[in-house]
Ligand binder design. Structure first.
Ligand SMILES: Cc1cc2nc3c(=O)[nH]c(=O)nc-3n(C[C@H](O)[C@H](O)[C@H](O)COP(=O)(O)OP(=O)(O)OC[C@H]3O[C@@H](n4cnc5c(N)ncnc54)[C@H](O)[C@@H]3O)c2cc1C
Length: 355
């Protein structure tokens, strides 16, 4: 198979690249990913809800709502309930000393009101002018290797794809295992150093869909700051008058690893803290987010690597490929992959926010 542009990953950055490139190229770019949706959405619908929900609670500040004209957004009062005082931030950072770029969720704790996307997928598709998932030119596959000199990709299922350029949105840490045939020694060296140079804290998130009458429409954040409980945060987000989601979160790191049985442990903690009532749970999902909070150190290595790979027509783009804590608004509206031709189109268009 031969294509001009390949996009690796189908999260927000992959879809954004797809929308931009589809306008520019004569033939649509090809997305390669083994799951759909990236960090933002559940790969499968919560069946009883027949809609996708974010894997982790995603909030948008009230000031940014007008930037999402195509999206249904709900804004509700925020209440914070401290279950146990303690070193919450240390616990959230998995008891590491890593300086993180942003502390998602905890950024909002001082606000009186928060907003969230009711249908994140729908919002992203409409904002990017993509008809549907099925309209995408996409192969569901993993990548065995990318030959940077020959410009071809071999997938796990043995497909060989020749390309002109790649937009890479997968984790920067995974590149080392799949990139081959790079003659530039400095690029090779950087590929081997990102592993140890870029630190992060991971999150394990449980999501419960609860059928229970809600007395007051508000977002509630429960925090627990000591080691007596593994859970550090639970976030309750109403969906309707008698339906809500509750996320139960813990962080993990080398200093605070996850142990077998963590699922049951969080479940029984949430029960004991009366955050969930088993009789009212109608659906459940859980997810590991390896790159939950990105470290703030050694970003210069990423920038150098990005420039080096650009010479091979491999362009890093997005939160975990560029190692930048982009939020949804920035990725959807402002950020663009650093592909020279693409930049040209954006300047030509005048306003790249109008997709
Ligand atoms: C915990 C958390 C909370 C957040 N809260 C907010 C918020 O409140 N408001 C806001 O605006 N933004 C928030 N964000 C940021 C928002 O989710 C991201 O900006 C957006 O999802 C990034 O999209 P992306 O395509 O760049 O990356 P992603 O969607 O993360 O991933 C890109 C690609 O890499 C793949 N991938 C991801 N992880 C792995 C892995 N470990 N191994 C292999 N492949 C992988 C994905 O499948 C996808 O194909 C939050 C992010 C996190 C992690």
């Amino acid at each position: 198979m031969k294509v001009k542009g390949v996009i690796i990953g189908s999260g927000l950055s992959g879809l954004k690249s797809y929308a931009l490139l589809s306008k520019q190229l004569d033939s649509p770019p090809l997305i390669i990913d083994f799951t759909f949706g990236g960090s933002l959405v559940m790969p499968v619908d919560i069946t009883k809800l027949s809609r996708v929900v974010p894997k982790v609670p995603i909030f948008i500040s009230t000031e940014l709502v007008s930037f999402f004209p195509h999206c249904s957004i709900k804004c509700l009062p925020l209440e914070v309930i401290v279950l146990k005082e303690g070193d919450l931030i240390d616990k959230v950072k998995g008891y590491t000393t890593i300086n993180v770029q942003r502390l998602w969720i905890y950024e909002i704790l001082k606000k009186n009101e928060v907003c969230f996307l009711i249908e994140p997928n729908d919002c992203i598709f409409k904002s990017l002018n993509i008809a549907s998932v099925t309209s995408l030119n996409r192969v569901r596959d993993n990548i065995r290797k990318i030959d940077a000199e020959r410009k071809n990709i071999v997938t796990s299922q043995g497909l060989i794809i020749e390309y002109d350029f790649i937009v890479y949105t997968w984790p920067i840490h995974s590149l080392r295992n799949i990139l081959t045939n790079i003659s530039d020694i400095s690029v090779n060296k950087m590929l081997t150093t990102v592993d140890s140079a870029l630190n992060y804290v991971s999150i394990y998130s449980q999501l419960y869909l609860i059928n229970e009458k809600i007395s007051e429409q508000k977002v509630s954040v429960f925090v627990h700051g000591t080691k007596t409980y593994r859970m550090h945060t639970a976030v309750k987000v109403p969906i309707s008058d008698n339906l809500y989601t509750i996320y139960v979160l813990t962080s993990y790191s080398k200093n605070y690893p996850l142990h077998a049985g963590i699922g049951e442990k969080l479940y029984s903690e949430a029960k004991r803290l009366r955050l969930i009532n088993p009789a009212t749970i109608i659906d459940y999902a859980d997810v590991n987010i390896t790159y939950g909070f990105l470290g703030a150190e050694n970003l210069d290595i990423v920038d150098e690597l990005r420039r080096g790979l650009g010479n091979y027509n491999i362009h890093l783009f997005g939160r975990i490929a560029e190692w930048r804590e982009y939020d949804v608004a920035t990725l959807l509206l402002k950020a663009v992959p650093t592909i020279p031709e693409l930049r040209w189109v954006i300047f030509e268009d005048g306003d790249h926010q109008e997709m």
